[in-house]
Design a protein. Structure first.
Length: 190
């Protein structure tokens, strides 16, 4: 079990390490991520630019999580760019296998929900998750996400078609996932 989990906003200097982490995740057999190693061909400079763009957007954020001082994964919330979709952010998350099932993903997700609540802009967080990824689905549900629909055969990976759930969390009121009854605390602005 990790002794220290730290979630923070990514900065351009994280680009090289973050690329290495994502490449390691993509290379895992059976990974529930609709991306291949060949398709993930960003340079360090391109990744720096992406992280800079996230840092300057009021309705987007890129978070990283460190476990005992080592970068273990990342989460992006990409906000809508039109007036009609500015309140919606699309979440994507990935975590190194050795850190799964230890509360690291929960800390990362909780930080993202806290960030969204604090924006004053984001009212909806949406994501897609492979229907077979029961652990992730359970986590999302405990944070208040609800299944909105099934995308049948939306991904073709490892020789088979896979379905995805579309899930969303609607943000209302002042409730927080850091409420002790929800089981977590995190500060993504460190």
């Amino acid at each position: 079990m990790p002794t220290k989990i730290h979630v923070r906003q990514a900065h351009p200097d994280d680009a090289e390490t973050l690329l290495a982490v994502v490449r390691a995740i993509i290379s895992e057999p059976g990974i529930d991520l609709p991306l291949t190693a060949e398709e993930f061909a960003y340079s360090v400079e391109e990744e720096r630019k992406i992280l800079q763009d996230f840092a300057t957007s009021a309705n987007s954020v890129f978070l990283v999580v460190e476990v005992d001082g080592e970068l273990a994964g990342g989460l992006s919330c990409k906000g809508g760019t039109r007036k009609t979709t500015r309140h919606t952010t699309t979440l994507g998350v990935s975590l190194l296998k050795k850190h799964r099932g230890q509360g690291v993903g929960r800390a990362l997700m909780t930080a993202a929900v806290d960030w969204a609540r604090g924006t004053g802009i984001v009212k909806r967080i949406e994501l897609s998750v492979y229907c077979r990824n029961e652990v992730a689905i359970h986590l999302y549900k405990t944070l208040g996400f609800e299944i909105e629909g099934r995308r049948r055969k939306s991904v073709f990976q490892d020789g088979e078609y896979l379905d995805e759930w579309t899930m969303a969390l609607l943000l209302q009121g002042n409730e927080s996932p850091t409420d002790p009854r929800r089981g977590g605390t995190a500060n993504p602005t460190d």
